[in-house]
Design a protein around this ligand. Structure first.
Ligand code: NDP
Length: 299
């Protein structure tokens, strides 16, 4: 079998266009321009790239993007003061603090300080609790983007066996809850799981969010399964020249694509969906704050 490639880049472009149309619509009806504040502390090169892409895509969708760049010597008190100011700024609908933060700042304290209504990453404990309780919330972008790709590929997910490898708060756990809400039967595997290959072979839907390059091999995949590779790992690529690197996922793509029915590539799979879902969350946050309706599929 040769798997269909799930084109996250194309799907994200379509979603971004839909969001842009919705933004134009609500602004045409007199709503204020939805606005995202992006906070970057320090000069981590990967974070710089992520932030640049987030700002570019936000602006392309017609929303306002306001960047706050702080030096890596910023104290936690200074960052919390900025969050407090953004929480109270009525023109701001979403607040994103790019992680990781420098060592002197406790990321949990910062996430906790963002008002849940503007928490477009969906990391605040109130949004976590609301997601688990099945209440409207702001949902973490990467798992939500993965879910959209799965629904587009499979349609109804009811009754599917879903195995999620990884249990982080930002990917694995919310992914589990989103798939449970779609009536999947869920297994969450992690570093202490016994016989991981056998667990993975039970999966109709296999989500890899581990952070270990190409760990999931072809013979771990059930024939016909749909594989979502969340991993982003930079590895040496001597074949491209000395000192060169390339990005790879947590799944061995060449092997798994011989067995799966559909698979996301890395790059070009889940990654672009993360940014599109950030825009979606910003628009949803704006609509709730200002009390206007969005098309039904946004909720
Ligand atoms: P974390 O490091 O927070 O979590 C990794 C998880 O994998 C942990 O639950 C860990 O288990 C588990 N794990 C580690 N090693 C093994 C192993 N040998 N066997 C089984 N389980 C293992 O990572 P994240 O969830 O933040 O990210 C996961 C991957 O997704 C990374 O590659 C990251 O770069 C990528 N990512 C991609 C995004 C995108 O936009 N596409 C966004 C966010 C992340 P335990 O809990 O027991 O330690």
């Amino acid at each position: 079998m040769s798997a269909d490639i799930i084109d996250g880049k194309a799907f994200a472009a379509k979603l971004t266009q839909t969001i842009g149309d919705a933004v134009a619509n609500v602004m045409g009806s007199g709503a204020p321009q939805p606005a995202l504040a992006v906070v970057l502390v320090g000069e981590d090169p990967a974070s710089e790239v992520y932030v640049r892409n987030k700002i570019k895509t936000t602006e392309a969708s017609g929303m306002l993007s306001i960047e706050h760049r702080l030096p890596d010597t910023t104290s936690q008190t200074e960052l919390l003061a900025l969050i407090d100011q953004l929480n109270h700024d009525n023109a701001i609908d979403g607040i994103l603090v790019q992680l990781p933060l420098p060592d002197q700042i406790n990321a949990d304290a910062v996430i906790d300080a963002i008002t849940p209504d503007k928490d477009v990453d969906g990391f605040h404990i109130v949004n976590v609790g609301r997601l688990w309780a099945g209440l409207p919330s702001l949902v973490p972008c990467t798992p939500f983007g993965s879910l959209l790709l799965l629904k587009d590929t499979l349609g109804d997910l009811s009754g599917k066996n879903a195995v999620i490898v990884g249990r982080s708060n930002i990917v694995g756990k919310p992914m589990a809850q989103l798939l449970l809400a779609e009536n999947c039967t869920i297994t969450v595997a992690h570093s202490r799981s016994k016989d991981l290959p056998a667990i993975c072979r039970e999966a109709d839907i296999l989500v890899a969010a581990v952070g270990r390059p190409e760990m999931i091999r072809g013979d771990w995949v059930k024939p016909g399964a749909v594989v979502i590779d969340v991993g982003i790992n930079r590895i040496p690529a001597p074949e491209r020249g000395e000192g060169k690197t390339r990005i790879t996922g947590d799944v061995h793509f060449e092997e798994a694509s011989q067995v799966a029915s559909a698979i996301t590539p890395v790059p070009g799979g889940v990654g672009p969906m993360t940014i599109a879902c950030l825009l979606r969350n910003t628009l949803v946050a704006a609509s709730r704050r200002h009390g206007y309706a969005l098309p039904a599929d946004f909720e």
